[in-house]
Design a protein around this ligand. Structure first.
Ligand SMILES: [Fe+2]
Length: 309
């Protein structure tokens, strides 16, 4: 598959209640690499195997949650085209100047009907993964730090009007619908998993009355053993765990959901299958949502539906 248009999730900016505590958590427990701090007090992280300057930004606020989620697009011409496509679709867009985020070019920002701010950008400084580009080793000693995910993989966002969200992602941004859960009545989508790539999801949404909510940002590990080890590290550090380790029916990923010190849920996961854009959408009926969420236990955990930031 030729990758054009929107390439991948690029960064999430998340609000935390106690910056110092959160820096310690994300650096030492989750094992992200700190790559900078800016004048606004924001702290920038990347996963060890990511090549661009950052993928996860935290800032202190009195309310946890997500400020925006961003996707990297192929190049500047693609950014211009998608901006005009979004406008033609009837969405208001805003250009955030280059340098507002460290080492990042201009971003095109728009608001979804679910109340989430989404950004597109084409340029971010490649700082590498520490392995070099000539005869690289398979991993870095930095990867041995904490849980050490390899990349920010996707996010699940909760808000109203996910049908409107689905249309924007599919009709304007070139995503395809990999899986969905129907409402109890079966006449609409309760949740949707969307991909712009070969990944089983790059972003997901669930219908929820309050706009702009974060369910989780997800970090990829490369084996089931590493998911189990992530659970060990969470327990050693008294991290509050929500669900798992277990396996999703939806996407087939193996997972742990847990909360950061501010109550923002995050996921450490591995696996899932690799869909192509011509695959037909997989549908889960609401009565089987428990199996979709937690396949072995077949349990629709209450927290999954109700706890968001
Ligand atoms: Fe997830």
């Amino acid at each position: 598959m030729a990758m054009t248009g929107v390439l991948r999730p690029g960064h999430a900016q998340v609000r935390v209640l106690d910056l110092e505590k959160s820096i310690t958590f994300y650096r030492d427990v989750l094992g992200l690499v700190e790559t900078g701090r800016d004048k606004q007090g924001r702290v920038y992280f990347k996963c060890w195997d990511e090549r661009d300057h950052h993928s996860y930004i935290i800032r202190q606020d009195d309310r946890a949650g997500i400020d925006f989620f961003a996707f990297k697009v192929l190049d500047s011409a693609t950014l211009d085209r998608l901006e005009s496509d979004l406008k033609a679709y009837g969405l208001a867009t805003e250009r955030v100047p280059a340098g507002d985020l460290m080492e990042t070019g201009e971003r095109v920002r728009f608001e979804l009907p679910s109340g989430h701010l989404i950004e597109l950008y084409a340029e971010k400084t490649a700082v590498g993964n520490g392995l070099g580009l000539t005869n690289p080793g398979p991993w870095s000693k930095d990867a041995e730090h904490g849980i050490a995910p390899v990349r920010l993989d996707h996010s699940l966002l909760y808000g109203p009007n996910i049908e409107g969200v689905r249309k924007i992602f599919m009709e304007v941004l070139g995503f395809f619908l990999v899986e969905r859960v129907l409402t109890p009545e079966g006449d609409a989508n309760a949740a949707i998993w969307l991909s712009c790539s070969h990944k089983v999801h790059d972003i997901a949404f669930a219908e929820y009355p309050e706009p702009g909510r974060l369910h989780h940002c997800s970090f990829l590990l490369d084996s089931w053993e590493k998911v189990q080890r992530a659970g060990d590290i969470m327990s050693m550090n008294a991290v509050s765990v929500d669900i798992g380790p277990t396996r999703h029916g939806i996407t087939r990923g193996s997972t742990i959901y847990a909360w950061d010190p501010s109550g923002n849920r995050f996921e450490t996961f591995m696996g899932g299958y690799q869909p192509y854009p011509d695959y037909e959408t997989i549908t889960w009926t609401f009565d089987n949502f428990g199996q979709g969420l937690d396949y072995p236990q077949r349990k629709l955990h209450e927290t999954f539906l109700t706890v968001v930031t």
